[in-house]
Ligand binder design. Structure first.
Ligand code: HGY
Ligand code: MN
Ligand code: MN
Length: 413
């Protein structure tokens, strides 16, 4: 049996698996569209299931469709969970989430071919609905796993067409029987691309993710009065889209007001009736604000609410601001981070501490188990874009740090 000291993953096999998975829901510009619980997601899950079976794992699927591929240890101890998500944005990339799941699978494949048995079981997890683009909020299944959202509320979540998450699970055969959460996990590790420019710009191979920044999601609904674009005099109008435009400007100003770490985004908007010669009667838009510090996120939240009230008054509209989610900033486990730093240095990689700008399932799992993340650089920091790209050696470096960290954890008392 090979010693684990000089163990390395098979970089070509990992890259080949990433490229194979990327064909599912592949877009003309080289990205991926495998939104949660669509036919494409189901196809990607089926491929992952085949690969895990071929690697001797037993697969369990929980009631929200999250998948757990288990490699038994020599002792029946709480497992090491390694994973991320296979669902993507509508114009997502090949690596967001997928790298963390397939690097976990590559770790299993490597252990199998070297005959290494670990004390603890290792499970590779694919969390349902991490992206939140189809069913809001993001990181939904891991939030239920962590007891932050009820299973019933998650199952009743609906997409923009009114499709219910629970029904989509059944329709695509992803509704498992395993209860969600409620079991002891020794540790959770998530490898993920940085989705920002810091590591590549600094020539770093690895990011030691110290925390995930806090985020809040809202839906803002503005209601005015539909009327004819021709005969309705300007002073008589109650134009929901004009109010929304005023609000969007203010949301952007909130992100700028709390620079350099704050961000604020309006990413979705629906206009009713969306006809060029009708003054819009109703507009619904999304708001996403983030900041690493809780107090500043709270101040931004207050500014969002004030901007909404200002818009209703100034534009003579009615409406409502709906809280969709609040994921507080979360520090990751220092003990795990120390192991990650040690193993990264032992492999000769250049690493640095970094705060995650994006949300991840690890942020929720950190509430119920020691959790930590490892970042790889990504090209020009681009993500949530079909041009998202990484170097194979970045994927391999991250996967090797993941492998060595997992081995330390899987054999510790
Ligand atoms: O929203 C996020 O940060 C993640 O991509 N779900
Ligand atoms: Mn992700
Ligand atoms: Mn994402």
């Amino acid at each position: 049996m090979q010693s684990s000291h000089n163990l390395r993953i098979n970089a070509d096999r990992l890259w080949a698996s990433l490229m194979e998975m990327a064909k599912i829901g592949g877009t003309p510009k080289g990205g991926c569209n495998r939104q949660a619980l669509t036919a494409e997601d189901a196809e990607g899950r089926a491929l992952f299931t085949r690969w895990c079976a071929a690697s001797g794992c037993t697969m369990r699927v929980d009631r929200l469709g999250s998948m757990f591929a288990r490699r038994e240890g020599t002792e029946d101890l709480p497992p090491i969970l390694i994973g991320s998500h296979l669902d993507t944005q509508p114009t997502g990339g090949k690596f967001d989430g997928v790298l963390g799941v397939l690097a976990g699978l590559e770790l299993i494949r490597t252990l199998n071919e070297t005959g290494i048995r670990t004390r603890r079981p290792i499970e590779i997890v694919n969390w349902t609905n991490e992206e939140g683009c189809r069913f809001a909020p993001a990181m939904l299944a891991s939030a239920v796993h962590a007891g932050l959202i009820t299973e019933a509320a998650a199952l009743d979540t609906r997409d923009a067409t009114g499709a219910r998450l629970g029904d989509e699970l059944v329709r695509h055969g992803q509704n498992g029987e395993t209860p969600v959460g409620g079991r002891k996990i020794e540790a959770y590790l998530e490898l993920h691309i940085e989705q920002g420019p810091i590591l590549e710009a600094g020539g770093f191979d690895i990011g030691f993710v110290t925390s995930g920044q806090g985020l809040r999601w809202y839906d803002a609904i503005f209601r005015g009065f539909e009327s004819h674009a021709g005969p309705t005099p300007m002073p008589n109008r109650r134009d929901a889209l004009l109010g929304a435009a005023r609000f969007i400007q203010q949301i952007n100003e909130i992100g700028l007001a709390f620079a350099p770490d704050a961000v604020s985004t309006v990413g979705e908007m629906t206009v009713m009736p969306n006809s060029r010669n009708v003054i819009p009667g109703e507009v619904k838009l999304s708001v996403d604000i983030r900041h690493p510090e809780a107090a500043t996120l709270a101040a931004m939240d207050a500014r969002v609410r004030a901007a909404f009230a200002d818009t209703l008054a100034a534009s003579r509209l009615d409406g409502e601001l709906i809280d969709i989610s609040h994921s507080p900033s979360v520090p990751f486990d220092q003990g795990l981070l120390d192991i990650i730093r040690t193993e990264s240095a032992a492999l000769g990689f250049k690493g640095r501490n970094i705060v995650s700008g994006a949300g991840h399932d690890a942020v929720h799992i950190a509430k119920v188990a020691p959790a930590a993340m490892i970042f790889t650089p990504c090209k020009d920091g681009i993500s949530h874009n079909e041009a998202e790209d990484i170097l194979p050696e970045w994927a391999a470096a991250g996967a090797n740090v993941l492998l060595r960290t997992a081995l330390v954890l899987a054999d510790r008392p």
